[in-house]
Write a protein that binds this ligand. Structure first.
Ligand code: ATP
Length: 712
């Protein structure tokens, strides 16, 4: 603190300038720190969407002229670019989003950053602001310490030249003494940076996770990307602050010791640095765009990899390794091409950068340091009686000045170099901010049912008569009404069209009323909209017109339970599979024990699994269970949850007919109303009503005849 106050005293008359500079520096540093946080948060969200099919990017990135020229050199690459475009087809294309997708240092960037800042720092007084304050204090102390150390080193050289052993020893001890707080502060800065970065990241990721799992967003949004790389943790404040104080210290030292013009040197350096920085800015390649394209290609490579992992068995059965290998190679080659292009661009730019930073700036530094000596006043020498003593003293003074100035200049050069690199990072920050902010915006909108998707609107009159379009985007005008009448909790569809996410109208208008106990069989040719009806009932697809009345979910649990044809096995134990999506805690709260689970397994003829394995050993059930066993496990979930309605989408297609019949019998006995999609005539007898789609948009809904139960 003594050191601090000493230096504060010395630069007291420059307080206003310092305050302004410190303010600017702290602001810039804060921005810099978020850069790494945003970068990492983006990465985390990419992990959430491991199956992410889309990249939040735009055509301009993919088709920048240079890149396209390169692509066309190679036909294979071009074909792949086309394939990649298919994957990226779901991009957001309206004008506002196009603006959003153009990262840059503009107003939009500031707005997005402020929005994210509010997430990362929710209150003026919180853990994060505390960390920020301590970190800033450490940075300031470190700069003061650096200046003090430079002065001490100057003094050490001075006393060596003067052969003053006593003073030399005292200063040397001071120098060692200062090393302890200096090293601690250095280490503390890194520690606080990591803590702060993690704290911001945690806030941002939690916010993003919350949004991602809100209102089935994880289904609605499939456009997450995998392009974010690790950030470095350097900061901007430090160089700004260093430059300011070092500059002041140099000016003060040259004026006090050598009584020279204090403005000439700094003025010269400012002109040279400003000029070279401007040249570098003009000549710099567009690294932001280049790196963004690289990230696109990297993301696509990851996408291909994850597809192969997910479909390994199917590919192996088909023997499709040649095709897959070719695709993987092409994707990798495109990434390598882009990286090579960036390396070449960097070769020339780094040469220019090094020339300016290492030679032009060093030369200017030498001129700056020597100016006060060469142009300084020597009056004192002639006025003094003891000329030789005075000469000695003036030589040692100049040596001290040169040593201190040299140390300070080295620090200043380092600070300027860091500032230059930081500029590039700020540009990259704009890119990351746009991506994270864009992702959160999409999350928020899809959660509210606002979708933005490329659609083929030339579909014609029928499409236009069913769906309303505003700015070429379909508007979901239908309503979901939740009923609280659990006694007679029916599912009612009033003039609801079945429309795919591509805005293809599968069924123009559907009117149905399904009451408890009305077991409904749904049939029709492939692609007629059977599963789509379930998607609408479950709220996965928007309703473009009409009304859907469904019972209100009890404690966030829908009264309908959907079982797909391809059952999903979660990570966990056998118990976790049966109770999914319940947790073990909620299972115990419901008073369900191991015996009950055993009974449930018996109902689906899976008791042998429980005998083979403990209920609580975690296994990869996706691979352990056969296709039919997985389907039966999914039905076990139905018996565990006992919902009001079961939406069964060919969920027993791989189960033997006798087990299937017993499952249906049990479900009905439990009081579950069945809505079944099936092509198996053996299941007709378990149903009371029939919904038949004709595949042309038409449908019929009627009670089933008894004779129909015996259908072959
Ligand atoms: N995610 C999607 N995006 C765009 N179109 C889709 C999507 N899912 C389904 N479709 C289209 O919607 C139509 C109805 O599909 P749906 O899955 O409801 O058929 P289905 O009657 O269940 O057929 P199947 O008996 O073969 O299962 C099909 O033409 C299909 O191509």
């Amino acid at each position: 603190m003594a050191v601090l106050s000493k230096y504060v005293d010395r630069i007291d008359n420059k307080t206003t300038i310092s305050q302004a500079l410190v303010g600017a520096a702290v602001g810039a540093w804060t921005i810099k720190l978020f850069y790494s946080v945003l970068n990492k948060s983006g990465n985390d969200m990419c992990c959430v969407a491991s199956e992410g099919k889309m990249q939040l990017t735009n055509d301009h990135n993919i088709e920048s002229p240079d890149i396209l020229t390169m692509n066309r050199v190679n036909d294979e690459d071009f074909t792949l670019a086309e394939a990649e475009k298919l994957v990226l087809e779901k991009q957001l294309k309206n004008k506002s989003d196009r603006d959003l997708l153009q990262p840059g240092l503009n107003n939009e960037f500031v707005k997005q950053l402020v929005k994210l800042l509010k997430v990362m720092i929710p209150k003026a007084l919180c853990y994060e602001t505390g960390l920020l304050a301590v970190h800033t204090l450490c940075l300031i102390s470190r700069t003061f310490l650096s200046i003090y150390v430079a002065a001490l080193e100057g003094a050490i050289v001075k006393y060596i030249v003067r052969k003053d052993l006593r003073q030399f020893t005292i200063v040397l001890f001071k120098w060692f003494g200062i090393a302890i707080p200096a090293t601690f502060i250095n280490s503390m800065i890194r520690f606080l940076e990591s803590k702060l970065s993690l704290a911001f990241r945690t806030r941002l990721v939690r916010h993003a996770y919350r949004l991602y799992f809100k209102n089935q967003n994880y289904y609605r949004v499939s456009n997450l990307d995998g392009r974010i790389e690790n950030a470095d943790h350097r900061s901007l404040t430090k160089p700004c602050f260093d430059l300011m104080l070092i500059g002041l210290a140099l000016m003060r030292s040259s004026q006090r010791r050598l009584q020279s013009n204090i403005l000439l040197g700094p003025a010269l350096s400012i002109i040279v640095i400003g000029l070279t920085a401007h040249i570098m800015r003009v000549l710099s390649p567009k690294f932001g765009q280049l790196v963004s394209e690289e990230a696109n290609r990297y993301g696509y490579l990851r996408h291909i990899h994850s597809r192969i992992i997910t479909n390994a068995e199917e590919i192996a059965f088909y023997g499709g390794h040649k095709v897959e290998l070719q695709q993987l190679r092409q994707a990798y080659n495109r990434l390598v091409n882009q990286m090579n292009y960036i390396f070449t661009q960097k070769l020339w730019f780094i040469m220019l950068e090094q020339f300016f930073m290492k030679y032009v700036w060093s030369g200017t530094g030498m001129v700056m340091v020597s100016l006060p000596i060469l142009m300084g006043s020597n009056k004192r020498s002639y006025q003094n009686v003891d000329v030789s003593a005075d000469m000695d003293s003036s030589v040692s003074e100049r040596t001290q000045y040169l040593t201190t100035a040299r140390n300070l200049l080295i620090s200043a050069a380092d600070a300027i170099e860091r500032l230059m690199t930081s500029y590039k990072e700020i540009v990259a920050l704009a890119g990351y901010t746009y991506r994270v902010a864009g992702m959160l915006k999409v999350f928020e909108e899809t959660a509210q049912g606002i979708y933005n998707k490329t659609t083929t609107v030339e579909g014609g009159k029928e499409q236009r008569s069913v769906i309303e379009f505003i700015n070429d985007q379909p508007v979901a005008k239908g309503r979901i009404v939740y009923s609280d009448n659990y006694e007679n909790a029916c599912i009612l569809l009033r003039s609801v069209p079945v429309v795919t996410p591509n805005c293809d109208v599968v069924v123009t208008s559907l009117n149905l009323c399904i009451k408890p106990g009305m077991h409904l069989l749904i049939t029709g040719p492939n692609g007629c909209g059977k599963s789509s009806l379930f998607r609408i009932l479950s709220g996965l697809w928007p309703i473009y017109a009409g009304e859907l009345h469904i019972p209100r979910p009890i404690e966030d649990k829908p009264c309908m339970f959907y079982i797909p044809q391809r059952p999903y096995m979660s990570i966990g134990s056998l118990c976790d599979q049966i109770i999914y999506p319940d947790t073990r805690e909620s299972m115990l709260n419901k008073g369900i024990n191991e015996n009950d689970l055993r009974n449930i397994l018996k109902m689906v003829s899976l008791e042998h699994i429980a005998q083979r394995d403990s209920f609580y050993v975690v296994r990869d059930w996706k691979d352990i269970l056969s296709g039919g066993e997985k389907q039966r496990m999914a039905v076990a979930r139905l018996f565990y949850h006992k919902p009001m309605y079961a939406l069964l989408d060919e969920c027993t297609s791989a189960v033997s007919v006798d087990v299937e019949s017993s499952i249906y019998e049990t479900a009905k006995n439990m009081g579950i109303t069945l809505l079944t999609i099936t092509h198996r005539p053996t299941l007709w007898k378990f149903h009371t009503h029939l919904l038949e789609f004709d595949g042309q948009g038409g449908w019929s809904f009627r009670p089933m005849e008894l004779s129909e139960h015996q259908r072959p």
